[in-house]
Design a protein around this ligand. Structure first.
Ligand code: 5RP
Length: 223
């Protein structure tokens, strides 16, 4: 099975958790796109209704396109269930997110959810977090922040868009750090969070309740 088939399997499996009338957080990315597609199918064929809180403009558009109700996070109470993707997940269920540039809204939605689930293909399961860590940063002084991160050996670069630096849905910039193995994820997360100009980082530590991983040997649910 190729990666996109595995992503689809994870998305379809997670959709079985959705019940009629739920308030549902909907993540962002290519795996979540399959989850949204399956939501649309269930809406059409089974009359499934859910109030969806999207984590990006992209996901909001996809949800509307398949007929799902889209709600502002501030217009709903607690979110019953949020389904999102991830870029890497370690055995303790700490993860890296945000390569799709939506980490800030994703974290806000996750923190307001009663149950938080990631859907991944097996390539995202890692023994330790390493590689790219994404930061959403304010534009003002972002060049200075980049230098500061460079001086700390964190290998930062601005994420590029089509015409210059990529912009998030909140019109901020994104900086990617290119790291080796992250020996102490909590220390790094704390350090990043305290830097002026950093709005949020893509380290999601101890947040997820379960991971639905599609592997060549079937679906693995990790809790
Ligand atoms: C977007 C994200 C995505 O969930 C993450 O990048 C995984 O994406 P994909 O399912 O396309 O591999 O965090 O900000």
């Amino acid at each position: 099975m190729d990666i996109s088939q595995l992503k689809k399997e994870a998305g379809v499996k997670a959709c079985q958790m959705v019940e009629n009338g739920m308030t549902l957080g909907v993540g962002t990315g290519s795996t979540v796109a399959y989850f949204i597609e399956e939501l649309g199918r269930r809406h059409k064929e089974e009359g499934l209704e859910a109030r969806c809180v999207p984590t990006s403009i992209r996901s909001a558009q996809a949800l509307k396109k398949c007929g799902m109700e889209v709600c502002d996070i501030d217009k709903v109470g607690r979110i019953d269930l949020t389904v999102d993707g991830a870029d890497a997940v370690d055995p303790k269920l700490n993860g890296l997110k945000g390569m799709g540039g939506a980490l800030l809204w994703e974290k806000i939605v996750a923190e307001n959810s009663d149950h938080y689930v990631w859907i991944v293909d097996e390539s995202k399961l890692v023994d330790a977090l390493r590689g790219k860590v994404c930061l959403e940063v304010v534009k003002f002084g972002s060049g200075k922040l980049l230098k500061q991160l460079e001086e700390c050996g964190l290998n930062p670069s601005f994420k590029k868009g089509e015409n210059g630096p990529a912009l998030t849905d909140s019109s901020n910039y994104l900086i990617e750090l290119d790291l080796g193995e992250i020996k102490d994820p909590a220390f790094l997360a704390n350090d990043l969070k305290q830097r002026t100009g950093v709005i949020e980082h893509g380290m999601f530590l101890g947040m997820v309740n379960e991971v639905i991983a599609a592997t060549q040997n079937g679906i693995k649910i990790i809790k």
